[in-house]
Write a protein that binds this ligand. Structure first.
Ligand code: GAR
Length: 200
């Protein structure tokens, strides 16, 4: 079984979706830890309920980003994970961390990349006026939301949508897309060929 660890900054509903799929036996993995930059993250409660070890690397307590990243990297290494899942981690990871976990770190983003990378993707979609939105699970590379795409799911944007209603519709798809991507990884079925990820 693959050792799966998570980085999350907030609510943790995607984290929950994956640990539920692990508990249900859908994903051949074990959850070995949650690392968070936010001591107030609700994801911490979820981890505790599931008996998953939590490491808080409180961003606010570090004088500079470099010191934070160093502590974050040690916490991540300590998980000895085969796969690191970014489930609502709201900061940009430094090159050192990205390099070390290259090919075994995934992120979920609430947009159909390469459209609407960065923060407030759902708001960006509403403001742009697109008629289709969705979510993307991708491998993490040095760019922001630019890595090879593993799974995408789409939803319609309805005429009366606002940021919240669209985000809720996308979130329901995220909760399927992320466990699926993690499952495929853990089953050894992902084959990266440059930008293109094939599923065997
Ligand atoms: C999710 O919508 C996720 O796609 C998004 O934050 C939310 C976290 O929700 N991530 C990003 O925007 C990354 N830039 P959750 O904490 O309930 O999983």
């Amino acid at each position: 079984k693959k050792r799966i660890a998570f980085l999350a900054s907030g609510r943790g509903s995607n984290f929950q979706a994956v640990i539920d799929a692990i508990a249900a036996g859908t994903i051949p993995g074990i959850c070995v830890g949650l690392v968070t930059d936010n001591p107030g993250a609700y994801a911490i409660e979820r981890a505790k309920s599931a008996g998953i070890p939590v490491t808080v690397v409180d961003y606010a307590r570090f004088p500079a980003k470099a010191a934070y990243e160093e502590a974050l990297l040690s916490a991540m290494r300590a998980c000895r994970a085969d796969l690191f899942v970014l489930a609502g981690y709201m900061r940009i990871l430094g090159f050192g961390i990205v390099r070390e976990f290259s090919g075994r770190m995934m992120n979920i983003h609430p947009a159909l990349l390469p459209a609407f990378s960065g923060l407030h993707a759902q708001r960006q979609a509403i403001e742009y006026g697109v008629k289709v939105a969705g979510c993307t699970v991708h491998l993490v590379d040095e760019g922001m939301d630019t890595g090879p795409i593993v799974v995408q799911r789409c939803v319609p944007v309805l005429p009366d949508d606002d940021e919240t209603t669209l985000a809720d519709r996308i979130l329901a798809e995220e909760h399927e897309a992320l466990p699926l991507a993690v499952k495929l990884f853990c089953e050894g079925r992902l084959e990266a060929d440059g930008r293109r990820v094939r599923v065997r």
